[in-house]
Design a protein around this ligand. Sequence first.
Ligand code: SD4
Length: 331
Amino acid sequence: MKRRKFIKNAALTSAGLAVGSTLSSCDESKSKEKSTGAKASLPLVIATWHVEAATAKAMEVLQSGGTALDAVEQGCMIEEANEKGQSVGKGGLPDREGNVTLDACIMDKNGNCGAVVYLKDITHAVSIARKVMEDTPHVMLAGEGAKQFAVSQGFEPEDLLTEASKEAWEKWKVEAKYKPIINIENHDTIGMLAIDKNGDISGACTTSGLAYKMAGRVGDSPIIGSGLFVDNEIGAAVATGLGEEVVKTVGSFLVVELMRQGKSPQEACEEAIGRIVNKPNSDYKNFQVGYIAVNKQGETGSYSIHQWFSMTKFQDGINEQIQSDYFNKEN
Ligand code: SD4
């Protein structure tokens, strides 16, 4: 399904309309990843949402002998530079005051990680996160310091607020109501996990966060363990959706730890969503969270609270969008 159609479908779902068979273009046979225990063919890339250009770039890097770390960085950069994607990098929707602020992190096979939060004016937040990991003694830089560091590394500052995003913000300001919207209009973070041909795993996550968030708000995406976690012995997971709920359950770390206990990636994603929806008084009907995961054997899984979350997977020459199974089947 092309992104535009997907957005439309998601909007219909979030508006509470019945989702009929014409919208159900997902292939049910693919919607639930089975655990076979067999070793999958490598290399392999998965990413949140429908981002085939990004997974294609990552696979190109892997096929030409690049590492999983290079692959996830370069794959994510495709979406960061894509001005049409209004929740990542350039063209991201701003906060309530019109600032586009980016959050990103990256993690390698050795458990090293780097992150930037509240980064302004620099498109490739994922690359700055990698620089933090490789060229500083720290794991996270925020705001002005993160920007200064990026500039010192040769990154050119630019205005990230495009005409289209500015227009959307002006329109939002008329009512200025803040309510997380269930699906993709403001949930299009790219989280990417890759296994290179040596079987080594890396991951990255990059976003402009929730549209019209409070100024200064930081979500789950740059928080290691919440938005992303990689353990090269076990596997990796990455999250998208309402970051506050992911942070409260340390979601990606949880998925990896569940895989460590023997769960398949699919089972682990399902249990991590269960931790959110089964809380007493959970308000899950009003927000979306989705996880994707891969284990050391190359098995993958994905699960979300609501319909229309998807994963893009590139393996064995096939680059495809796979609709995710989901918890809330009430509609
Ligand atoms: C956040 N998890 O900032 C991110 C939002 C997201 O697609 O996933 N957007 O809470």
